[in-house]
Design a protein around this ligand. Sequence first.
Ligand SMILES: Cc1cc2nc3c(=O)[nH]c(=O)nc-3n(C[C@H](O)[C@H](O)[C@H](O)COP(=O)(O)OP(=O)(O)OC[C@H]3O[C@@H](n4cnc5c(N)ncnc54)[C@H](O)[C@@H]3O)c2cc1C
Length: 555
Amino acid sequence: DKWPSDTFIPNDGEFTADYVVVGAGTAGSIIGYRLTEDSNVDVVMVEAGDDPPTDAELPGVFFSLPKTKIDWNYTAVDDGYSAQYHRNKFVDLPSGKVLGGSSSLHHFYYLRGDAGDFEDWVKASGNESWSLENLLPYFKKSERLEDKEISDSDFGKVHGYNGEVGITRRVTELPEKYLQAFKEVGHPVVVDIHGNHIKGFTQPLFFIAEKKRQSSAEGFLTRAKSRNNLHLVKNTSANRILFDSDNNAIGVECASADGRVFKVFARKEVIISAGAFNTPKLLKLSGIGPRAELESFGIKVISDLPVGENLQDHLAVVLAHGLEKTNETPSAPSLNEFPLDTFVGLGSVDPNQKKPDYLTLNLICRNNPQCLSQLCSVVFGLHQDVCNQIMKAGEGREILVSILTVGRPVSTGRVLLKSSDPNDPPVIYTGFLSNKTDLENSARYIEDFIRVVQSNYFKSVGGETLHPRLPNCSHLELNTREYWKCYVLNMMDTTFHYSSTCPMGSVLDSQLRVRGVGRLRVGDASAMPNIVSSNINAAVMVLAEKLADLLKQSR
Ligand SMILES: Cc1cc2nc3c(=O)[nH]c(=O)nc-3n(C[C@H](O)[C@H](O)[C@H](O)COP(=O)(O)OP(=O)(O)OC[C@H]3O[C@@H](n4cnc5c(N)ncnc54)[C@H](O)[C@@H]3O)c2cc1C
């Protein structure tokens, strides 16, 4: 078996190591792996999930992973406002309950974020070490780029080549004509979009190499399999952080899926890497959070902090374009590759602005109506009627389905406790579009994006924006600002980039230490002061790499 084995702790038992890490996801796997590079240090990791199933390793079937047992199966509260023309009037919030966490079910897109995003990390933390320039060595550290065109280009110097996580592209023919169309309407077409302030359209890099998913479990945990100083406790949830009388974290209380209850202790520090929903939940259950909320559940307050208050995520708007008529369907790639032709773009309405305003992820289906059915109805949970219309448009035609996200939304949501019972899921308000600026910006960015319809290629094949029937918007004139705002509210979902619920600045200091208590740090997506303006997995990895170094330095 390739995964590290389980460390069994009996009922009422105890286990002590130098560090306790809660969660073996994107971030936790890196922290556990880096700390145990030193054979004099030992680490116990507690993970609620089990080994990844084969499906999670195969890039071709990622659409089928949500709503299985490797997903926490959380859903957002219906806010009566966003996502109203959905299967359920609320959004599903898949996140990984498995070794590798959400990196074992993410969608593979590798992007890092803009330099401006990290400038805001510097501002929030008051510490220059969080700038993109200073984090660059950490981006390179775990990366193993396998792409000659990029490595030979000017972009080669911002990539790493010897890291644990393989990164590749699958350059195909179909996206080329689209890239040219976007170029014609003023967007740069680039070989890569990593660097300081980079905008443009390109065929993306993926967390895929050696024909399989490059999760943190694959990259790090498999490499630590034979280390006898890394103790992985699987199928076990941390329910509460334990403190001594001076409010220093000393360990966690755990419950295994088969009903055992036990404690793991840390001689040095406890690190929480349970993800943007479960980290705030665990802190709150342990007495760290907003006083009023904790007291309402009878939880004794140890540190009164705005835990869970600043949930940030990218809302995705689904757009579809119909293009050339064709009876050809390209043969499907092997299950070991990303399953669709795709390209990505970072664009801004003002071409002179350095930072991107929006990110688009684009998928091409050629005479293949079924190709997006699972993505449309299961992953994005759109109303079946909308999905049927898009699929119908894909009969005998090529269609482009684009996911457009506001890079830096200003709306924030909240993660609250449902009760003081650790078995209850958290109560999640996404806050999507609760600030009107995001709605206005979404509509503006769509208007900018669909300028591509004016390109020669789109004109030559009769390319058109598709307008699925949306009952709530039927009174509005198509293509007006008001129409697009209505469209956004109905055709939106999450891009699964939940973050910033225990941010550096208010909840954590610049060394990721939880304020008001001792020996406790947070290292995962919840620690980001603000979301980065692209997919976030690479930024979460960097945060974890940096935390591992901070822990090493403080020894
Ligand atoms: C469907 C989907 C698609 C995505 N697509 C992309 C993409 O294409 N590109 C990209 O860059 N990003 C993508 N992301 C986002 C990215 O995967 C996440 O942001 C990232 O994995 C978060 O890392 P994390 O370490 O914060 O949390 P996670 O990786 O989720 O890890 C948290 C871990 O903690 C465990 N845990 C939680 N609570 C407890 C507890 N109490 N006790 C013990 N263990 C616990 C969980 O089981 C999990 O293993 C996607 C995410 C999803 C869900």
